[in-house]
Design a protein around this ligand. Sequence first.
Ligand code: 3H9
Length: 698
Amino acid sequence: MSDVVAYEMDGDIAVITIANPPVNALGHAVRQGLWDAIERFDADEGAHAAVILGEGKLFIGGADISEFGKPPQDPWLPEVVNRIEACGKPVVAAIQGAALGGGLEVALGCHYRVAMPGAKLGLPEVNLGIIPGAGGTQRTPRLIGVAASVQMIPAGGNLSAEDAVAQGLADTLGEGSPREAGLAYARELVGQGAGPRRVGALPCPKTDEAALEDARALWRKKSAGEVARLAAIDAVEAATRLDIAEGLDEERRIFREMMETPQRAGLIHAFFIERKVAKLPEIEGVALREVARIGVIGGGTMGAGIATAALTRGLDVTLIERDEASADKARATISKNLEGAVKRGKLSDAQKDSILSDGFRTATGYDALSEADLAIEAVFEDMDVKKQVFAELDRVMKKGAILATNTSYLDVNEIAASISRPGDVIGLHFFSPAHVMKLLEVVVADQTANDVTATAFALAKKLGKVAVRAGVCDGFIGNRILAKYRAAADRMVLQGASPYQVDRAVKAFGWPMGPYEMGDLAGLDIGYMTRKRKEPTRDPRDVVPTWADELYHLGRLGQKTGRGYYIYEEGKRGGQEDPEVEELVAKAREKQGIAPREFTDAEIQRRYMAALVNEAARVVEEGIAKRPLDVDVTFLYGYGFPRWRGGPMHWADHAGLADLLSDIKEYAEEDDFFWQPAPLLERLVADNANFASLNDQG
Ligand code: 3H9
């Protein structure tokens, strides 16, 4: 009947199967196919009940997201769901794997639901900046009540098959294959003479003011700035006072409103780029090297974090330290990290113990790595030290092993060139704490073999990380760009903004932290060391935040010393602003003869983002990031950039590249050393193009 929806009879039961790989998304052909199948079933006198199935590992993954933003084509999903519900004979959904978004809405249009063990039933729409738009906000509370609905829907969450049955979202757990389970249930219903049981015909759910208010308070706090989560609560509330037809209209109105928001565009961009980021021509179809046993050199915060990440994902880890005492300390840090995973419910106590006794060992000599498939060093950031480590690895490691460095800025080409097998060398730049942060920059050096890069991407997946390919330069993608917008912030402070205003403005944009809070968290010694390192090559026109050097000399290193830009009190969250910092800044201005001026928050945000985007354009042009989307993913996963803005490059396209360029040119009138427009940005503006247009190149 249709290429993607099949209709066949099994005795007196119609079996309607959706086959639209990979996730049976409800694109136009599927909607039409479902519509036709239900019409046929309704008219088919020999069919007494129908079962809807999804072929493959899941029932239905939702509406086809790639159709969003394009002109809608009839029949719309809400019409299809209503048509199923209106059917005169029982329709059963047999759900395996997942029924998500529109997929669950189709199941809720069915009269009965059988869920296979392990299946997830959820409404993740808010994660894409929209709300369920085919009845999810109206039918769900009719089945599980308002309180449970506002726990699930604004969180974009789901229920396990077992919980769904317990709460009434599904009727029964199935046995055997989904087809067998669906048919058995349908036959049982036919045997009982059961008719259609329409969720839409159930009475309005009772309102629950407290649950609604709690949900609103939670999401206002947890995702400030995001609109869809709160809108989803409004839609659920509508179900408590409107009949189904009016409720569906209200849901539709809110859904359409959400579709028009830039947040929807940003979140859907994020969805697609996080899948696209690992698709690189150089690694496509390349056979992988085996990585089961890894070595970690250095058991400080970083090394211990990397070891923890590997251990929790089932890898065997040997950690090298210089002496027994340091090795014991590293073991204790890893044990504490694993303890945290136990507390968060990610590991059981027994798993933790067996990981530490069977999967982990420390050693003080490199020979212990002779059987390792991959070694990653996380020792002191000094080229000579790194080269010594690599010389040892070159000596002991087996042929075909991968030699990785976790350096955050050193030249990986130079490290590679210092040993006999440069093709096996790669940078794996983890972010701290390495067992928590999702980003992994895979730094591909000039001679890195493609199968080493491919294996690094596969390893990242195994570790639950999001890998981004980066080229070699000081700071790679993320830290190189960070240095620029940090510098833009320091310039604004020197000109008159207070560090606290900068932090506030940046947070109001959606960043989780401002640059000065961030400095306090990382430790102000880090910034100081970086400035020292760059001193010999610094251009005299560059601005140095002398007040930050003074804070360092005063021993105010941030959170770890209780004082940095902010004053931290034991047991209190966040820090207090410190008038002494303002005085240090005021002195620096005075010394340079700068009369402070006012900044609006909007100007702060604009300059901060302009500096970011301008440097990012250089990073893309130089091939350090292959595509703008690599920058976006780096910032979403490594720097807490607000996901609903899609990423800085997506934001820039949305803000308008011509306007950004004109701002940069205006800033250059006062400081043409710092504000030099990136050639790529100028070219895109001249061609009336955008960053998105570069995302499809390899
Ligand atoms: C919705 O339903 C709105 C309705 O309420 C109202 C409408 C009126 N559409 O993630 P994977 C692609 S909103 C199009 O790697 P997994 C994905 O891009 C929707 N494409 O697989 C990838 O493509 P490629 C609510 C989709 O097994 C491939 O499928 N639903 C869709 O790790 C494999 O994806 C959601 O938000 C889609 N809906 O995970 C669910 N879904 O191979 C979104 C996936 O070219 N999807 N693709 O890279 C997911 O969460 C996961 O994909 C899922 C499978 C859990 C289903």
